[in-house]
Design a binder for this molecule. Structure first.
Ligand SMILES: [Mg+2]
Length: 159
């Protein structure tokens, strides 16, 4: 199983733990959602992070969260639409018939995942949680209210 993760509001609460205009110093207090570290420690899956943002800030977030060594690969994209190409590269590097995308944006990682035929889990969390799908590509296979719910869905599907 290959799992592609978003970072902000998927592995920790960006909306609750950081102000809108945060800088590097504010990152020190962020903590992962319960269940994140346990899932990422499981070696039978391949774990890949695909996040949009500034490289220095996104890398620092991963370091503060204690997640850096737990990923098999980390992609940091300058623009949201670049995530789709990162997904393709991850699929080429880690070819698995069972590939999943987990994220909090229906119009971003869920859409790109579905366009590529991946299974999707939408974590309804943060400031985009009231977004309404524009078309079928923005309707996820699974919806979770917490990261623990994400883990339960993966387990029920053979993780
Ligand atoms: Mg996000």
């Amino acid at each position: 199983m290959l799992i592609l993760y978003d970072l902000d509001d998927t592995l920790y609460s960006r909306t609750e733990q950081l102000p809108d205009d945060y800088g590097e110093n504010e990152l020190e207090a962020i903590t992962p959602f319960p269940g994140v570290v346990d899932l990422l420690r499981q070696k039978r899956m391949v774990h890949v992070l695909v996040t949009r943002g500034e490289t220095v800030l996104q890398q620092k977030k991963l370091a503060v969260l204690g997640l850096t060594p737990l990923f098999d690969r980390v992609f940091i994209c300058p623009r949201d639409e670049d995530k789709k190409q990162c997904f393709r590269e991850a699929l080429q590097k880690f070819p698995k018939k069972d590939a999943w995308v987990i994220g909090n944006r229906l119009d971003s990682e869920i859409r790109y995942g579905k366009e590529l035929g991946l299974k999707t889990i939408y974590l309804r969390h943060g400031k985009y949680s009231s977004y309404v799908p524009r078309d079928a590509f923005e309707v996820p296979e699974y919806e979770a209210d917490s990261f623990e719910d994400v883990v339960r869905i993966l387990r029920e599907n053979g993780a």
